[in-house]
Ligand binder design. Structure first.
Ligand code: HEC
Length: 128
């Protein structure tokens, strides 16, 4: 009898262990916290407001999935500001430029892949 009880306890602990930690995605609170830290660390706030005001660059709230006009290789294009677009504008600001801001420069920052992803998630989380 004692053996069976032990077995059940071991099984219970095993299941408990499996349910918690498997494929954990950062939740929204975590994205907002870490994103804000990176946003401050890399000085994004110097140029980008998150309240719709224009500072130097375009405000970054409410841009996710917006239709935008950009310049790429001297050609005017219409794009949707999806995840991929946001990532590219953060990691490679020279690739495309927002049409209205084509004469302004965004500096190239050196961050990790993980940090770039987090900034993208942050911009999206701000409006969800
Ligand atoms: C010196 C000012 C400056 C800083 C600092 C800066 N940016 Fe920018 N950013 C700009 C300008 C100007 C544009 C528009 C021109 C362009 O597309 O390159 C832009 C464009 C963008 C866009 C595309 C916006 C749109 O409406 O399509 C994103 C996203 C962005 N920046 C994110 C960031 C993030 C995240 C940081 C911090 C890591 C940052 N920027 C730091 C000036 C800046």
């Amino acid at each position: 009898m004692i053996k069976i009880n032990c077995l059940l306890i071991v099984l219970f602990l095993f299941l408990l262990g499996c349910s918690g930690e498997s494929k954990r995605k950062p939740d929204k609170a975590e994205v907002l916290k870490k994103g804000a830290e990176l946003y401050a660390k890399y000085g994004c706030a110097v140029c980008h407001s998150l309240e719709g005001k224009e500072i130097y660059g375009p405000p970054l709230n409410e841009i996710y999935m917006k239709k935008l006009k950009v310049i790429r290789n001297g050609k005017e294009l219409e794009v949707i500001a999806d995840r991929k677009y946001l990532k590219k504008s953060i990691t490679n600001p020279r690739y495309e430029k927002v049409l209205e801001y084509q004469n302004k420069e965004m500096p190239i920052s050196n961050f990790s892949e993980e940090e770039a992803e987090m900034l993208v998630e942050y911009i999206i989380a701000l409006q969800e």
